[in-house]
Design a protein around this ligand. Structure first.
Ligand SMILES: NC(=O)c1ccc[n+]([C@@H]2O[C@H](COP(=O)([O-])OP(=O)(O)OC[C@H]3O[C@@H](n4cnc5c(N)ncnc54)[C@H](OP(=O)(O)O)[C@@H]3O)[C@@H](O)[C@H]2O)c1
Length: 336
């Protein structure tokens, strides 16, 4: 009899782990975020009526954030450099939601022009009276080998992705500490946690972001209603590769590559909004095998270096052969 109970227990445990393994196989976000998707607050309920400032709203993830936030009923401040693109996004937001024209402020902004950030923040606060959520999303990536990359590119990456983000955050933060409430959400990246070839400067700028916001979160423990979140997406469909820095400052990327294997922008943004609605502090959003890599890097770093060494080598080989490095794991290089 005892033997039967023990066997049944073993089967139960095995089944439990099998279910988890299968869930993980199909997962596209970390377990905290997926749990929030199942049982947490719905973005539509939590974000309705809130004032959300999105940087990098003229394209890709930021543009999709604008659409989904508009459908949630959030009031929006849309920022990026290209005003005409922001106006297009605003028109689309109005068409896709019940928002009125004055619920969306188009506020052109260059993250590199730090002197302008105080004035821009004043304009945003004056327009709606306050800011509930700042989403630091604007940024650029990199596709170049360290040995071939000018130091100016490294400077530009840090100026934009790190200092530009810190500068806007420093302008908005006093406003939130005065009110005692607010959220600052920053789009980092998988490469903010994990090293990646062809992106030494980009990865460094996103690691800097992670360090800054992880430290800021601890500094703000006296403000329990201010939430600091970082989002670490894997590959997502957008203009990121097309707009990436290369070896020299003004040299464009030759091939923007294939987007098919990447996560859809809609899914990435939906998961982000669930995370924001539930105050998740760090969100890992990536399809497999990239999600698995997050876990291995975190919990088994020595094994992770071995795997990333193998995968990274293939990526560099693809790049040197003039092929799309982003597809290195999904296609075979053609041999002549
Ligand atoms: N797509 C991915 O695979 C992926 C993965 C991980 C993390 N991310 C991060 O997600 C964020 C959004 O990128 P995306 O994928 O949506 O790329 P994207 O389509 O190229 O969008 C980038 C946005 O940043 C804005 N931007 C660039 N330089 C700027 C500047 N100097 N001042 C103000 N805004 C600036 C661009 O607008 P303007 O050109 O009009 O200024 C654009 O709206 C970035 O921080 C990126 O690092 C993306």
């Amino acid at each position: 009899m005892d033997c039967c109970i023990v066997s049944a227990l073993w089967y139960f445990v095995a089944l439990y782990f099998l279910i988890h393994f299968l869930c993980f196989f199909f997962a596209d976000a970390d377990f905290t975020l997926l749990w929030a998707c199942l049982v947490g607050h719905r973005p539509g309920n939590k974000l309705k009526g809130l004032v959300v400032w999105v940087t990098g709203a003229s394209s890709g993830i930021g543009e999709e954030l604008a659409y989904q936030l508009a459908r949630c009923g959030s009031r929006l401040i849309l920022s990026a450099r290209r005003e005409d693109e922001l106006k297009r996004v605003k028109r689309q937001c109005l068409e896709r939601s019940n928002l009125q024209d004055d619920d969306i402020l188009v506020l052109p902004l260059d993250l590199l022009e730090r002197m302008s950030h105080e004035e821009k923040t004043k304009t945003a606060v004056q327009y709606f009276g306050h800011i509930d959520i700042l989403i630091n999303n604007g940024g650029r990536s990199q596709r170049s080998l360290c040995l071939e990359t000018s130091i100016d590119v490294y400077e530009a990456l840090m100026e934009l992705n790190f200092l530009g983000t810190v500068s806007i955050t420093k302008q908005v933060l006093p406003h939130m500490t005065q009110r005692g409430t607010g959220s600052i959400v920053t789009v980092s990246s998988t490469v903010g946690l994990i090293g990646a070839p062809l992106a030494t400067g980009y990865s460094a700028s996103k690691h800097a972001i992670q360090g800054f916001f992880n430290s800021l979160r601890i500094e703000l423990t006296d403000y329990p209603k201010i939430v600091i979140s970082t989002v670490c997406p894997g590959p997502v469909q957008s203009q990121i590769v097309h707009n990436a820095f290369t070896e020299e400052l003004n040299k464009p990327v030759t091939s923007a590559g294939n987007q098919e294997h990447k996560m859809s922008t809609g899914r990435c943004v939906h998961l982000m909004l669930v995370g924001i609605a539930n105050g998740v502090k760090e969100m890992w959003i990536a399809q497999q095998p990239f999600l698995l890599l997050h876990y291995v890097w975190q919990y088994a770093p020595t094994f992770a270096w071995f795997i990333t060494g193998m995968l990274g080598r293939k990526r560099v080989q693809h790049f040197k052969a003039g092929l799309d490095a982003d597809c290195a794991y999904f296609t075979k290089p053609k041999t002549s």
